[in-house]
Design a protein around this ligand. Structure first.
Ligand code: BTN
Length: 254
């Protein structure tokens, strides 16, 4: 049986309201030296941030919004995508343990989906020093108890909307931190093969034909065949030609 988290969340700062838990942690870092594994959580985020400058909206007191402080100094700058891999498989693993009948998948690069709807998002902010990671902030937003979330965010779902039972947010957080610690230690031990395999095993639409929209608006069918070490998505077109993309360069159409 997996152990309880040893260091993740040992130092926990619980806030009732904050602009963004990632920003709070950034600010804390500019003033003090928090211990590795510090977790900042908030019942309400006024200016939650998402990837690519998007906003992250979450109902107050219903969901999980938290940030984890880590010092993965063992990672080279070229390996930072492993933080995305490690954190997304950790969330999927925790959700599968909590809800074994449900299937959760990773939408590249690090969104967590249930049946084509997003249930969690991750915002990772790294500081680099001499070609290595100095520290990282892993901000996680998970839709837990919002009811009928798709009525206001059509492409989203929540645990409540899947299982129809109100969840204990602290219990869900505990499982996620435990899993995050487990996979972080795997990464620290350089068990890259396990992490790579789990990421591909849980990757939405891996090796399946789907529709993509390119930056110029062109829509094309292709399949995801690989992820580069840097995190770029490798798509194979029907011509068998392969092309790599970053998140800004393509969207996919469900
Ligand atoms: C995304 O899917 O675009 C990423 C969303 C990340 C949201 C979380 S909530 C806790 C942390 N604080 C933030 O401001 N953002 C992250």
């Amino acid at each position: 049986m997996a152990q309880s988290p040893v260091f993740l969340g040992k130092n926990r700062i619980r806030l009732s309201e904050v602009s963004s838990t990632n920003d709070f942690l950034q600010d804390l870092l500019s003033k003090t030296s928090p211990m590795e594994g510090t977790v900042i959580s908030a019942d309400s985020q006024l200016q939650g941030r998402g990837q690519l400058g998007a906003k992250w909206f979450s109902d107050s007191h219903k969901n999980l919004s938290f940030s984890v402080y880590l010092e993965p100094v063992f990672l080279a700058a070229t390996e930072i995508f492993y933080l995305s891999k490690m954190s997304s498989i950790a969330i999927v693993n925790a959700l599968h343990k909590l809800y074994p009948k449900e299937k959760f998948l990773i939408k590249w690069p690090n969104d967590i989906y249930h049946e084509n709807k997003k249930i969690a998002g991750i915002l990772i902010e790294n500081a680099l020093q001499n070609d290595h990671v100095k520290h990282t902030i892993i901000g996680i937003g998970l839709n837990v108890n919002t009811e009928n979330i798709s009525s206001h965010i059509p492409a989203a779902t929540s645990i409540y909307d899947i299982v129809h039972i109100e969840q204990d947010r602290e219990a869900v957080l505990y499982h996620i931190l435990k899993s995050l610690e487990e996979f972080y230690l795997l990464l620290k031990n350089k068990d890259i093969t396990t992490i790579d395999n789990l990421y591909f095993d849980n990757l939405l639409y891996f090796n399946q034909i789907c529709w993509f929209e390119l930056q110029d608006g062109q829509q094309k069918q292709g399949k995801i065949v690989d992820i580069e070490k840097s995190g770029l998505l490798v798509v194979e077109w029907p011509s068998l030609e392969r092309e790599s993309f970053d998140v800004k360069q393509l969207k996919w159409i469900f």
